[in-house]
Design a protein around this ligand. Structure first.
Ligand SMILES: Cc1cc2nc3c(=O)[nH]c(=O)nc-3n(C[C@H](O)[C@H](O)[C@H](O)COP(=O)(O)OP(=O)(O)OC[C@H]3O[C@@H](n4cnc5c(N)ncnc54)[C@H](O)[C@@H]3O)c2cc1C
Length: 438
């Protein structure tokens, strides 16, 4: 390993590899190293993700960041012919009257910005999804859980799923082809801060000296101090570990999130998986139920559904997460007692369905406004705070990191979309809050 780099990126999740790819592409002569404590790219929360994408946000910042990333991912698969498992299956939000009317102003705003939406009435949905329960009548259990009826649905056709492992491999391979390097199984233990001009006096740096990040002290294949002109921190849920010791607020807190893979093969669920009428693929979209954000998506290549749930209140924040994500296990009881009763009430075909696999990962919340951040502090660039939607915005964030590196006021996102780089920082932050959450 060389000991001196132009840029060291800490973290090889989607944020790190997208940043490394754009940095190397636009600064080809720079020596760039990506370090990660895992053995391959995308082994952190990126690899545990549901990897869904949508452009249907109320915040124009979220719209821009995700729309442009979706367009780039579509280009990778359709034009560059690299399979990243992208399927535009769509998102289908099922709602009752009250939810529909609360959503209407946001939907109008999205349409004004060119986001395509399709409104489905109840009869329409009954025809498309004949096995779905839309009204609960005198069902006591449904009343106990406060399940709203399904009065309509909102469908986003430019939404879908991709394979996060294939996506990070695309970025990583291109980065290596361009001359970039990875150091896996390598832990960044600390960011070394020192005086820009070293005087050789004990106790440096003093407050009257200019300070910057000199490099990264690592433990792994080698135990050494790697010097860098610029450090990009893309450490996801673990960012506080490196930032707090040097007095920079990481603005992130982690929360556990779970996914449950339900076998459809050989059960009644198989025909639901292949529901026709929503997309050209003849697959069910991601369906979001009107209660508690319970949602499920078809994984057609494995004949499964992946089921998840919005799980905000009464789920603890974690300031400094464990390094080993296996310490965060999915809870069978959470599925059986919290998620399943809602799921099976709307879609009785899930009755007695079998959990094939389950796992957990961490959302990395920006506790200020749940939108991602990217900021530069001297020669340190920090990207993160994805708050559960980092894959769908990954490409845009990688481009913004590159613009921060080159100290440009404006990044050009895919599709020649301009975006002011200071918008996602904390000093001159200027983002619209998201109001349309799952
Ligand atoms: C269950 C679940 C479902 C999700 N669903 C979606 C979804 O549908 N759509 C979507 O867009 N997003 C989703 N997300 C969120 C998405 O996974 C994240 O936004 C994204 O993966 C964050 O990428 P990242 O690169 O910041 O973090 P990570 O992928 O976690 O990468 C950070 C990397 O940094 C490394 N690292 C950190 N500190 C150090 C250090 N000191 N030394 C060396 N290496 C270090 C870690 O090893 C890790 O590999 C989901 C997340 C979960 C958990």
């Amino acid at each position: 390993m060389q000991a001196r780099y132009d840029i060291i990126v800490v973290g090889a999740g989607i944020m790190g590899v997208a940043s490394a790819y754009h940095l190397k592409k636009n600064n080809p002569s720079k020596r760039i190293l990506v370090v990660d404590r895992f053995g391959a790219p995308g082994q952190g929360n990126t690899g545990r993700s549901n990897a869904m994408f949508r452009n249907t946000f109320s915040s124009t910042d979220n719209q821009t960041l995700s729309n442009s990333s979706i367009d780039f991912y579509t280009d990778v698969q359709d034009v560059q012919k690299v399979d990243i498992g992208l399927q535009k299956i769509g998102y289908l939000w099922l709602m009752d009257e009250a939810q529909l009317s609360r959503s209407e102003p946001f939907l109008v705003g999205m349409e004004k910005n060119g986001i395509e939406l399709i409104r489905h009435g109840r009869e329409d949905l009954r025809r498309l999804l004949p096995g779905m329960v839309t009204e609960f009548g005198s069902n006591e259990e449904a009343a106990l859980m406060g399940l709203p009826p399904v009065d309509g649905g909102i469908f986003g056709p430019k939404c879908g799923r991709l394979d996060p492992d294939k996506l990070v491999r695309f970025y990583a391979n291109e980065f290596i082809k361009a001359g970039g390097a990875f150091a896996f199984n390598t832990e960044a233990r600390a960011l070394a801060v020192g005086p820009s001009k070293r005087l050789g006096i004990e106790g440096e740096p003093f407050v009257w000296q200019d300070v910057s990040v000199e490099g990264v002290s690592v433990r792994g294949a080698t135990n050494e101090m790697l010097q860098a002109e610029t450090v990009v921190l893309a450490g996801g849920a673990w960012e506080n570990e490196l930032l707090e010791p040097i007095g920079i607020d990481g603005h992130v807190k982690a929360k556990k999130r779970q996914l449950f893979s339900i076998q459809a093969k050989g059960t009644k669920l198989e025909s639901l998986l292949h529901a026709v009428g929503f997309n050209p693929l003849g697959l069910l979209p991601l369906v979001i139920l009107p209660k508690a954000g319970v949602h499920f998506k078809p994984v057609s290549e494995e004949n499964d559904f992946w089921v998840a749930c919005e799980d905000e209140v009464n789920r603890q924040f974690i300031d400094l997460p464990e390094h080993d994500l296996e310490r965060y296990q999915a809870e069978r009881e959470y599925y059986e007692k919290s998620v399943y009763p809602i799921l099976v009430s709307y879609f009785p075909d899930f009755k007695d369905s079998r959990i094939k696999a389950m796992w957990a990962g961490l959302y990395s919340y920006n506790t200020l406004d749940n939108l991602p951040f990217a900021f530069r502090e001297r020669n340190l660039i920090v990207v993160g705070g994805d708050s559960g939607s980092g894959i769908m915005k990954g490409d845009s964030l990688g481009r913004i990191v590159d613009s921060l590196y080159r100290e440009e006021d404006e990044a050009l996102l895919y599709g020649e979309v301009p975006y002011r780089t200071s918008k996602l920082g904390f000093k001159r932050r200027d983002v619209e809050r998201e109001e349309w959450v799952i």
